[in-house]
Write a protein that binds this ligand. Structure first.
Ligand code: HGY
Ligand code: MN
Ligand code: MN
Length: 413
């Protein structure tokens, strides 16, 4: 069969996605598969079972990253890799991350069914803890594998219940022995939903991000003075929650006045003692700042910090700030980005270049290997929500582009 006419099996991709969506299914139709949770383990077990069915060589490293390798004619050549993440947000969607893993699985199934022999080996991957919601920061599995983070530091990260990453990885049985250390990669492709409104608004099916924005994560701890709400006059209170409220509005104001060149969000907040008749004395909130312009992020954070210090001073609520994650904007490989667009064009899918406002494992991979991503539209531009949705037709289209990008790279000598 002429490889050009090869297409993935859309029904089989949909079946795999629907089976995965049953793991951690939430009542409102989303998923909760927090990193290293029992649901994450169940999904991993199913993924490994599917890899076994294709006789792939399976490797699990010290970060729990799962690799499935299909040999090529010449296994001395560096592999083509493709994958994404199985973990989800607390009330996440049925497509974020998992579409990239199932898409790559469907590509390998299609290549397997048609007994296509590629020059290079192909490796499919599930990266541990892309989301960073349970264990911050994000993209830790690919971050260790590409050399950004140290394994032991990651193992020491705790979730809000004090559970440690390394122990949870052991508990679910995915703490492999293979060092989480990069090897040479010929090309890495990550297939993912856009998680924004652009493709749908423009009627495009395929997006090819030129890279991922700069992302900064901070954790802010505000300290006040607790007291009984009744007898304590308003004058002279050190109310940590009121101070935090003003700081959170400062984040929002600073981002809003950049006219769309930067976004900033406070998504998580913990208030203590969180009792209606005690003035709060401890608040912890997170700050997420993103822009393609790294300098703008630095300037915006500087302005936020100055605002926080003034509020802390004025309200007598000292603050402590942790720099949790900083990653510069990461451009993808121009040749591979062009390949994604040309492949989409050849397959008849309307397409456009763009920027990814969401973080992905491809961000760290692009620091060590030629990397590109393939986006498909998010209905209503929604993601990280239970209503997250993408049409099966678009899922199939994206997987076809992934198939032909992988084949082009894997047939290169
Ligand atoms: O934060 C992000 O953009 C990704 O979902 N980790
Ligand atoms: Mn994702
Ligand atoms: Mn996500």
């Amino acid at each position: 069969m002429d490889i050009k006419n090869l297409r993935i099996n859309g029904r089989r991709l949909q079946d795999a996605m629907e089976e995965m969506a049953r793991i951690g299914k939430t009542p409102a139709g989303g998923v909760q598969r927090l990193t290293l949770s029992d649901e994450d383990r169940q999904a991993r077990d199913l993924f490994v079972k599917w890899l076994r069915e294709m006789d792939l060589a399976i490797m699990i490293d010290e970060m729990g990253n799962i690799f499935g390798k299909r040999p090529g004619k010449n296994n001395d050549l560096s592999p083509v890799m493709a994958g994404s993440h199985i973990d989800s947000q607390p009330k996440g969607g049925r497509f974020d991350g998992i579409l990239g893993v199932m898409g790559a699985l469907e590509v390998l199934r299609t290549i397997h069914d048609n007994t296509i022999e590629t020059e290079r080996p192909i490796i499919i991957v599930d990266w541990t803890n892309e989301e960073g919601s349970r264990f911050a920061p994000a993209v830790l599995g690919s971050g260790v594998w590409t050399g950004t983070w140290e394994k032991d530091w990651v193992y020491s990260r705790t979730d809000i219940h004090g559970k440690r990453f390394g122990e949870e990885l052991e508990r679910i049985g995915y703490r492999g022995r293979l060092p989480a250390k990069k090897w040479p990669v010929h090309a890495y492709y990550e297939y993912h939903i856009e998680q924004g409104p652009v493709l749908e608004r423009e009627g495009k099916v395929i997006g090819a991000p030129k890279g991922i924005v700069c992302i900064h994560w901070y954790d802010v701890y505000v300290k006040g003075t607790a007291n009984q709400v009744g007898p304590t006059p308003m004058e002279g209170r050190n109310d940590a929650l009121c101070a935090s409220a003003e700081m959170i509005l400062k984040v929002n104001e600073t981002a809003t006045k950049t006219d769309g060149n930067l976004v900033a969000t406070v998504g998580e907040i913990h208030n203590s003692p969180n009792s209606r008749n005690i003035i709060p004395d401890k608040v912890h909130f997170t700050v997420d700042i993103r822009s393609w312009d790294d300098e703008l992020v630095i300037r915006a954070w500087d302005e936020m910090r100055k605002g926080f210090d003034a509020i802390a001073e004025q309200r007598g609520c000292p603050i402590r700030i942790e720099e949790t994650w900083k990653v510069k904007h990461t451009p993808f490989d121009e040749k591979l980005v062009k390949r994604v667009l040309e492949t989409a064009q050849q397959l008849g899918y309307p397409n456009r270049p763009m920027v990814s406002g969401a973080g992905h494992d491809a961000g760290y991979l692009s620091m060590v290997a030629p990397t590109a991503m393939i986006f498909v539209p998010s209905i209503g531009g929604r993601s990280h929500v239970e209503v997250e949705n993408t049409s099966w037709e678009d899922c199939e289209a994206g997987a076809n582009v992934l198939l032909h990008c992988i084949l082009q790279s894997a047939l290169e000598k």
